[in-house]
Design a protein around this ligand. Structure first.
Ligand code: FES
Length: 364
């Protein structure tokens, strides 16, 4: 069977441990400089990937913080790691654990018979984190006996599993696949705001039949979501969160996302604005920024075709089912999309393209 690779992403959970003995003995000014260098370097990768930061200080002795990254290619992860090593904090950091995986359409029906909907296959191939306070993440391996069961037998157990999960609607699951690219088979990452809910959910899942086919599901981690400066302060030493802005994407600020040289005329480029994928277009001498996901079935607009329509201005045709969107305001001009697509404000300074989220009143 031909695998559909369109829209799939690669995912990496990288856990760092700080050499506290060496780092906390540095003069404060060096601690501060090292943290600021780390923050600045990691933020520079906002253009290339979706990036979430978490502290585990006080949760486990073998890890201090976690970067959850989602990208289109594994090279982005390699480049981020090289850049982190080259920061002033790099010599004091050790990657004690990491999980590499990719998104994939589930081979099971993940809706329940009584559902009207449930998570769609498209939703499973794009990661879109929520704003939950906690991330619970662990590697997961099934027994080989699981794979010897019939599809119907496995589907029945998956359905039971999903039914238990639905009892905890505030817990959100992100399952990604590691077959052949890392030691585990899956990485399981739950988002939630109450650790007790998660304890109760995992407790309940132990009583399902599918649990008999778990070979391993440790180590387990609870991680607390924080901005990069807050995460840096959680590791101890000189404080920096008062010195740097919060994540500009949380307050609707301007974010540098690309250089003009990266976006040639009549082309498109995918960038990130916090957790959002944004498609930049350069057409008719202007630069436009639209949410990259088509509202119809989440097709990647940056892979669409540019059209210069008479009277309506430049437009992009979605590569999946040919909905047309006007670049100026994201309005749907034709095709199956039920609505237009969100646009961003764009500013160019020197060679740098900045984008900012629009106010609610501007998008109404
Ligand atoms: S996904 Fe864009 S038109 Fe269907």
């Amino acid at each position: 069977m031909e695998a559909d690779k369109t829209g799939r992403q690669v995912v990496k959970y990288t856990f760092y441990k700080l050499d506290t003995t060496a780092f906390l003995r540095l003069p404060e000014v060096k601690q501060r400089d090292a943290k600021l260098d780390f923050i600045d370097t990691v933020r520079g990768f906002n253009r290339r990937m979706l990036l979430r930061s978490y502290s585990l200080v006080g949760m486990r002795r073998d890890v201090d913080f976690l970067l959850w990254t989602v990208a289109e290619d594994v090279e982005a992860f390699q480049q981020l790691e090289t850049a982190i090593r080259n920061t002033a904090l790099g010599p004091y950091l050790d990657v004690t654990r990491s999980f590499l995986s990719g998104t994939k359409r589930s081979m099971y029906d993940i809706s329940l018979p009584e559902d009207a909907g449930g998570a769609s296959a498209e939703e499973r191939i794009r990661i879109e984190p929520s704003d939950s306070r906690y991330l619970f993440v662990y590697p997961f391996v099934k027994t080989r006996a699981w794979y010897a069961l019939s599809q119907e037998g496995r589907q029945a157990m998956i359905t039971e599993h999903i039914r238990v999960g639905r009892k905890y609607p505030d817990i959100r699951l992100n399952t990604t696949y590691s077959y052949g690219i890392d030691d585990q088979e899956f990485v399981v990452a739950f988002e939630g705001d109450d650790p007790h809910d998660f304890v109760d959910l995992v407790n309940d899942l132990r009583f399902t039949e599918a649990s008999m086919y778990t070979l391993s599901d440790t180590p387990m981690h609870i991680a607390i979501a924080m901005s990069l400066p807050e995460m840096m302060d959680s590791i101890g030493g000189a404080q920096v969160s008062d010195l740097v802005d919060d994540d500009v994407t949380e307050v609707g600020g301007w974010l540098p996302v690309a250089s003009l040289g990266e976006l040639s005329p009549d082309s498109a480029l995918r960038v990130y604005y916090g957790t959002q994928q944004v498609a930049l277009f350069r057409a008719n001498g202007h630069i436009y920024a639209l949410n990259n996901r088509c509202p119809h079935a989440r097709g990647p607009l940056c892979e669409g075709t540019l059209h210069h329509e008479n009277g309506t201005g430049p437009a992009v045709r979605c590569p999946w089912h040919e909905a047309y969107f006007r670049l100026e305001d994201g309005a749907v001009l034709s095709g199956p999309s039920p609505r237009g697509v969100a646009t961003y404000r764009v500013r160019v300074e020197g060679d740098t393209i900045y984008i900012a989220r629009r106010e609610e009143s501007e998008t109404a």
